[in-house]
Write a protein that binds this ligand. Structure first.
Ligand SMILES: Nc1ncnc2c1ncn2[C@@H]1O[C@H](COP(=O)(O)OP(=O)(O)O)[C@@H](O)[C@H]1O
Ligand SMILES: [Mg+2]
Length: 465
């Protein structure tokens, strides 16, 4: 039997008392102020499955009990009166107390272990086990949800442009270099960033997003790099981890990176080059391993030219560049995207699902969508809110489109059929006249040289009324 240190008298007394619990008492362990084992009893050894001839004394407690909290007890000086710990598939109740000398200094800690046969603990353990099961079910559901929510398949579209984009994203996901996603607002850049992370080797690690444009400039550095404990950095800053550290092992998504102030650009560049950074008010560096995915709707090249964006940072983050085409360059996809978006728009209780008519989709393809898919979603939500039934038709879509949509209908005719082209021309003439006359129908009719009733009739035919 290896040599055990002397057990403090107080602990020995308590142990004797616990012995009367018989089989429910499963043993005890003591550590010193450095959380090294000083003593362990045979019952606990048996529970841990450690042969009697292995010397544990002087070893860090975690070598024997990986999740031990005794170190926390010696470091904080605070007891953990009741806790639950699992060995194999069994749950045990543990109690941990700090041990102090007469001067009140921490000398170490003691941990006692009990098994559930103690009647009054059984309900607690049962409840704990139930909660644990519920938690793992919820976590599994959340994971599944995440996977489907952000996988590449949730980026809807079958046009050539989207097919190429998806091929590129799949290829880039497998490489670990920094990626830069460029595209107008609402084109799905954030969706793609999630998809890249989900398809990469880092999928099980964190995905952390920072929207550079949404954070006030003076707070950005703390947000990125964190604040060291005890740092004097102003009263309003508590110590906390920065996004860089939170994303360790995973992906850091920097949205709207084009809006990053110059001072922070320099710090970010250094962090990316060295793979390390200093939290605010700290003079030690932290190492991190993160993959950067940045996105912006700003013309970065132009910003580089006028020196508001650093070229060296650009080359760092643009190793893999992805251009997301605006919606107006993939109008073929609008039907599919609209259907997919409608699936996510809440519908009245007794309704099975939204139905959008072909004419309504056709109308959607006649607009230039400066806000892209985000705007499309808003328009569909507006139409759905006005819909008296589950059918979303041309009239509803026309009402839901912004007035600007009716001003610019110079999208190329999507047909070669003469009467359809004539109809399209007539439609834009009506809109132009209305726009020119500030919406006055009488003046617009005069302008076009048609009677008021003819004009009204035409408006109706083109659903412009
Ligand atoms: N191709 C697409 N298919 C389905 N939904 C999309 C698509 N592109 C964008 N969205 C949706 O449009 C909204 C805006 O997308 P987001 O990724 O935030 O755009 P960005 O970051 O480029 O401004 C989100 O609700 C997103 O889920
Ligand atoms: Mg965005």
């Amino acid at each position: 039997m290896p040599h055990q240190r002397a057990l403090p008298k107080s602990v020995a007394t308590v142990l004797n008392a616990f012995d009367s619990l018989g089989d429910s008492f499963k043993g005890a362990i003591t550590v010193d102020a450095q959380a090294r084992i000083t003593w362990i009893d045979d019952r606990y050894r048996e529970l841990l499955g450690i042969p009697g001839d292995v010397d544990l004394i002087g070893q860090p407690v975690e070598n024997t009990i990986p999740h031990s909290l005794l170190r926390r007890v010696v470091e904080t000086g605070r007891p953990i009166l009741i806790d639950i710990m699992a060995f194999d598939d069994k749950q045990f109740v543990v109690c941990r107390l700090p041990l102090r000398n007469e001067e009140g200094e921490i000398q170490g800690a003691v941990g006692f272990v009990f098994y559930e046969e103690i009647d009054y603990l059984a309900p607690i353990l049962e409840k704990f086990e139930t909660m644990q099961r519920q938690l793992s079910r919820a976590q599994a559901a959340l994971n599944r949800e995440r996977q489907t929510k952000y996988s590449l398949s949730s980026f809807v579209g079958a046009s050539e442009a989207v097919r190429e984009l998806k091929t590129m994203v799949r290829r880039y996901a497998l490489r670990d270099g920094a990626a830069l996603i460029l595209g107008e607002t609402g084109t799905g850049k954030e969706l793609l960033a999630h998809a890249i992370h989900q398809q990469s080797d880092r999928a099980d690690e964190p995905f952390v997003a920072v929207n550079v444009a949404a954070i006030p400039e003076p707070l950005l550095e703390a947000e990125f790099f964190g604040v060291a404990p005890g740092a004097f950095t102003g009263a309003d800053r508590k110590p906390r981890k920065g996004k860089f550290e939170l994303a360790h092992g995973g992906t850091l998504f920097l949205d709207e990176i084009g809006d990053m102030p110059a001072a922070l650009q320099a710090k970010l560049l250094r962090a990316l080059q060295e793979g390390e950074f200093e939290p605010l008010g700290s003079n030690t560096v932290k190492k991190v391993d993160v993959r950067i995915i940045a996105a912006t709707s700003q013309p970065l090249e132009q910003k580089i030219e006028d020196k508001s964006f650093r070229a060296d940072l650009y080359y760092r983050i643009a190793v893999l560049a992805i251009h997301v085409p605006p919606l107006r360059e993939r109008l073929d996809d609008i039907g599919l995207i609209a259907e997919a978006l409608l699936e996510t728009i809440p519908r009245p209780r007794d309704q099975r699902g939204w139905l959008i008519t072909p004419e309504a989709i056709d109308q959607l393809t006649r607009y230039s969508w400066p806000g892209n898919v985000r705007e499309l979603r808003n328009v569909l939500e507006r139409a759905a809110a006005m819909a008296p039934s589950e059918v979303i038709d041309l009239g509803l879509i026309t009402k839901a489109l912004p007035p600007a949509a009716l001003e610019r209908v110079d999208a190329p005719p999507i047909t070669n059929n003469l009467s359809e082209r004539l109809a399209a021309a007539e439609r834009s003439a009506l809109i132009d006249a209305l726009t020119a006359e500030d919406g006055s129908r009488t003046a617009a009719a005069q302008r076009l040289g048609v009677s008021r009733s003819q004009f009204y009739e035409k408006l109706k035919r083109h659903s412009l009324d």
